[in-house]
Design a protein around this ligand. Structure first.
Ligand SMILES: Nc1ncnc2c1ncn2[C@@H]1O[C@H](COP(=O)(O)OP(=O)(O)O)[C@@H](O)[C@H]1O
Ligand SMILES: [Mg+2]
Length: 339
């Protein structure tokens, strides 16, 4: 795929022809099937807006209305032939098959825009879920420990996959966690997540460190924040040093997300440059305090690695299973008939 040399053949008006992609075990290849995105029903409904463009609901039609599919289309502006979305699309094409990464369907480009067609996650993003909770519950609380742990486990599963492919997401935050399904249970709502927005992702080539600008200030890991100088008067951050970070920045971001999910606030202020002492952390069950401390370790070397996170979240389950087994054994003893 080469956006810069490709000759744009279509105009910037709907319906748009997009280049659908067929997935094989060797990667994605364009098929000869023409897909149109038509303007009907909810088409055009704005799902979100960022620095680079907007995301809207569209209808993907294969010609047969029975096959019509609602999709999300992210529209990015091309700046003088340069395309910020190119990297994002290339990375998504490689990763879109993980069950917790937003599904990639295809792309389209013309002189002005690049359109990225993705599966539609109809339940919105995690920022809205947490925010709605904070607005609607009294006393105010965000997600409960079970709900938070449910999301945490899926985040670790994505990170293990990304990091094994040497990809750093670089901008994990509640806004970039989409919800594809939610199920109400006695212990709370279980949200199925899909990570999106690979705009700031890095594919590590040689070496283990990246130096591209990444992230959102309030989620910046300390190793990123320390490369910037904050001018409190002008309220601006200026880069002072070359950045050097690795996959551990994603772990930090999951720590920030967990903090917000459980406590309903950010662990640090946007202007904190040190990030050594987060806001007070109350006591939580299921290893959650160990996670909060381990994920928000200032030193990236000491910060939990994704493999440790997975083991810890499994051991939580194992402890619970063992507890249940013990209870069952105790009950069996109690109800056993006496001879
Ligand atoms: N596939 C999708 N399904 C539903 N909503 C989406 C989808 N992709 C993005 N969004 C919404 O649009 C917002 C912006 O999309 P994102 O890819 O994060 O773009 P940006 O780079 O502008 O932040 C997200 O925070 C989310 O609310
Ligand atoms: Mg985003």
């Amino acid at each position: 795929m080469d956006f810069q040399n490709d000759d744009p053949k279509t105009s910037n008006t709907y319906p748009l022809r997009i280049q659908p992609l067929r997935s094989t075990n060797k990667g994605y290849y364009p098929t000869d099937k023409i897909v149109t995105i038509s303007e009907e029903e909810e088409n055009g409904k704005l799902l979100g807006e960022g620095n680079q463009g907007s995301v809207r609901i569209c209808i993907l039609t294969y010609g047969d209305p029975r096959e019509d599919q609602k999709v999300a289309v992210k529209q990015n502006k091309r700046h003088g032939g340069k395309c910020a979305a190119k990297k994002e699309i290339e990375i998504l094409m490689k990763l879109g098959e993980h069950k917790h990464v937003v599904g990639f369907i295809g792309y389209h480009f013309d002189e002005n825009d690049v359109l990225q067609v993705m599966e539609l996650c109809s339940k919105g993003d995690l920022f809205n879920v947490v925010n709605n909770r904070l607005i609607s519950t009294d006393p105010k609380h965000a997600l409960n420990p079970h709900e938070s742990l449910y999301i945490l486990r899926q985040s670790f599963s994505v990170l293990e996959f990304l990091h094994s492919k040497r990809v750093i997401h670089g901008d994990l935050k509640l806004e970039n966690i989409l919800i594809s399904r939610e199920t109400s249970t006695q212990r709370g709502v279980e949200h199925e997540i899909k990570v999106c927005d690979f705009d700031k992702a890095t594919q590590l080539m040689e070496g283990d460190f990246a130096s591209e600008e990444c992230g959102t200030i309030i989620y910046w890991a300390p190793e990123i924040a320390k490369c910037y100088n904050y001018d409190a008067e002008k309220k601006i951050w200026t880069k002072q040093k070359v950045l050097q970070y690795d996959t551990k920045v994603d772990i930090w971001c999951v720590g920030v997300m967990l903090f917000i999910m459980l406590i309903g606030d950010y662990p640090f202020k946007e202007v904190d440059t040190e990030k050594t002492e987060p806001r007070a952390i109350p006591s939580f069950p299921n290893n959650l305090n160990r996670f909060l401390h381990g994920l928000l370790m200032v030193d990236p070397i000491e910060r939990l690695a994704v493999v440790q996170c997975l083991t810890m979240s499994e051991s939580g389950t194992m402890e619970k299973q063992e507890e249940r087994r013990k209870m069952r054994r105790a009950m069996v003893k109690r109800v056993q008939p006496r001879s």
